[in-house]
Design a protein around this ligand. Structure first.
Ligand SMILES: Cc1cc2nc3c(=O)[nH]c(=O)nc-3n(C[C@H](O)[C@H](O)[C@H](O)COP(=O)(O)O)c2cc1C
Length: 181
C-alpha cells in the first residue's frame, strides 16, 4: 500500500515529521511512505487553477492520485489546521466532488506539546476531509499530547505506548482502507 504523508508543519525539527517517520518505522514493509509538506505549493488561487497549474501543484496532485492512502500528520495551530496543510487540501480538492481526494482512504494523526494533543485539529481536519469526499478512518481518533517528551535527540520515538498505538492504528487503517480500494 502506497501511503502519501501530508505534513502540517514546515519546521525542520518538527514533531509532526518525527511522528510521520515513527509511523513509517513501525509500519509493515508492505506499506511504503512518501512525504510532502506543501512548502513549495503557492497559496490557492482559482486563477492559477486552470489546465496549466503551477509545477508544485501538479506534483502534489500526482502524488495524491498515485497514493493508495493518505496519512495526514499535523500540529494544531490556533485551534485549527495549519495554513500550509489546508492549502494542499484546497488545491487537491478541485474539481469539487471529482478531485484526486475523492474516495482516497485517509488517516489523521494530530500532535501537540499541549496535553490535548491537537484534538481540535483532528476533529476539524476529519470534518474538512468529509467535505471533499475523502473517507477518513474515524475511530479511535489519534492524537499525541506532550509531543516534546516523546522523541529523543535523534528524533526517534521513545514513548512505548505511542509506538503501540501507532502500530495498532496503522493495522486497523490498512484493513479498513483495503475494504475501500
Ligand atoms: C502559530 C502556532 C499556534 C499554535 N496553536 C496551538 C493550539 O491552538 N493548540 C495546541 O495544542 N498547540 C498549539 N500550538 C503548539 C503546536 O501545536 C506544537 O508546538 C506542535 O508540537 C508544533 O508542531 P511541529 O513541531 O510539528 O511544528 C501552536 C503553535 C504555533 C506555532
Amino acid at each position: 500500500m502506497k501511503v502519501l504523508v501530508l505534513l502540517g508543519s514546515l519546521r525542520a525539527a518538527s514533531f509532526t515529521r518525527k511522528l510521520g517517520l515513527a509511523a513509517e518505522s513501525v509500519a509493515p514493509d508492505r506499506m511504503t511512505f512518501e512525504y510532502t509538506d506543501g512548502g513549495d505549493v503557492p497559496l490557492y488561487n482559482q486563477d492559477l487553477d486552470g489546465d496549466e497549474k503551477p509545477a508544485a501543484v501538479m506534483a502534489l496532485l500526482n502524488q495524491v492520485s498515485n497514493a493508495d492512502g493518505l496519512l495526514f500528520v499535523t500540529p494544531e495551530f490556533n485551534y485549527g489546521i495549519p495554513a500550509s496543510l489546508k492549502n494542499m487540501i484546497d488545491w487537491a480538492s478541485r474539481p469539487a466532488f471529482r478531485s484526486p481526494l475523492k474516495g482516497k482512504p485517509s488517516l489523521v494523526m494530530a500532535q501537540s506539546v499541549a496535553p490535548s494533543g491537537g484534538a481540535r485539529v483532528w476533529a476539524q481536519l476529519t470534518s474538512v476531509l468529509g467535505g471533499t469526499l475523502t473517507p477518513t478512518y474515524l475511530a479511535p481518533s489519534f492524537t499525541v499530547g506532550a509531543a516534546h517528551e516523546k522523541f529523543d535527540e535523534s528524533g526517534a520515538l521513545t514513548d512505548e505506548l505511542t509506538r503501540v498505538r501507532i502500530e495498532q492504528t496503522l493495522a486497523a487503517f490498512e484493513l479498513w482502507a483495503k475494504s475501500l480500494i
